[in-house]
Design a binder for this molecule. Structure first.
Ligand code: ADP
Ligand code: MG
Length: 267
């Protein structure tokens, strides 16, 4: 059985380049910094989250691919990161094959969930960094997760993709995983000098209300520099505006989790 206290959160958006990996890497780091035991599952064949922690290709011997193909356990796949309490299951290009290979296997939507349930490692949080599609890998992440966290880039077409994404969450909830909820939506790459960005923020808040976190991630060059140093931005430069925004986001996430637990206990 999976450790009963593990809270699984999938970082999803079918668009690429919206800040999923940056959010997964820095949120995982922020949670570990406040003493949580955290596992980050790199679930994108591009392996950006693994690179973001400086995991060289040669060290990625047992990967997320082996997990979903039932060829390895989480215990076998995890690697330490440079950050205490934070471990990662790395990814390689092999994972792109899984999207096709999974089509013909049994429990194809449940492979990640089954792998997590077989593990006895005691994580407080398991974050899954998803690929930029709503294919079988992302469905596996949504079936395994208790909640999704959606990074939304402040750009003109943001809301269009979002309604499709939220419909998919609803479908997964009704057919595959009744527990699935939305932890929240985080606005990323916000540019204060661009008035369009402010309009989009207002639209998104009007449409989604308090599902949108108060924390907004600014566009910040330090955030884009960090991965090439193999470090989360929070370690590369903890004082930059992007890092501070991710610390605020982590605090909000934890607050929502405490509220949820209090509501469950009161019910
Ligand atoms: P995704 O995982 O959704 O494809 P990434 O997190 O990889 O998106 O981000 C896409 C690109 O934008 C990367 O080069 C990343 O370093 C950069 N980036 C992400 N967040 C920010 C930010 N807040 N400010 C500046 N650049 C960012
Ligand atoms: Mg990514």
């Amino acid at each position: 059985m999976a450790h009963p206290s593990s809270r699984i959160i999938a970082i999803v958006n079918q668009k690429g380049g919206v800040g999923k990996t940056t959010t997964a890497v820095n949120l995982a780091t922020a949670l570990a910094a406040v003493n949580k035991k955290v596992l980050l599952i790199d679930f994108d064949p591009q392996g950006n989250a693994s690179t973001g922690f400086g995991i060289p290709q040669a060290a990625r011997t047992i990967t997320a691919y082996d997990l979903v193909m039932n060829e390895a356990s989480i215990e076998e796949a995890v690697l330490n990161t440079a950050i205490p309490r934070l471990k990662i299951v790395p990814a390689t290009m092999d994972l792109s094959g899984a999207e096709i290979e999974l089509v013909s296997v049994t429990r194809r939507e449940f492979r990640l969930r089954d792998a997590i349930e077989r593990s006895e490692l005691p994580f407080d949080y398991i974050l899954v960094d998803c690929p930029p599609s709503l294919g079988l890998l992302t469905i596996n992440a949504m079936v395994a997760a208790a909640a999704v966290l959606v990074p939304l880039q402040c750009e003109f077409y943001a809301l269009e993709g979002l309604s499709h994404l939220l419909k998919t969450v609803e479908l997964v909830r009704t057919r595959l995983n009744p527990e699935l909820s939305v932890q929240g939506v985080v606005l990323t790459m916000h540019d204060r000098r661009n008035r369009l960005t402010d309009h989009i923020e207002q639209d998104v808040r009007a449409y989604l209300g308090d599902q949108v976190y108060e924390a907004v991630i600014p566009r910040n060059v330090r955030m884009s520099e960090a991965p090439s140093h193999g470090k989360p931005a929070l370690i590369y430069d903890i004082h930059c505006p992007g890092s501070r925004a991710y610390l605020k986001l982590a605090a909000e996430l934890l607050k929502r989790e405490r509220q949820r637990i209090n509501e469950q206990e009161a019910a």
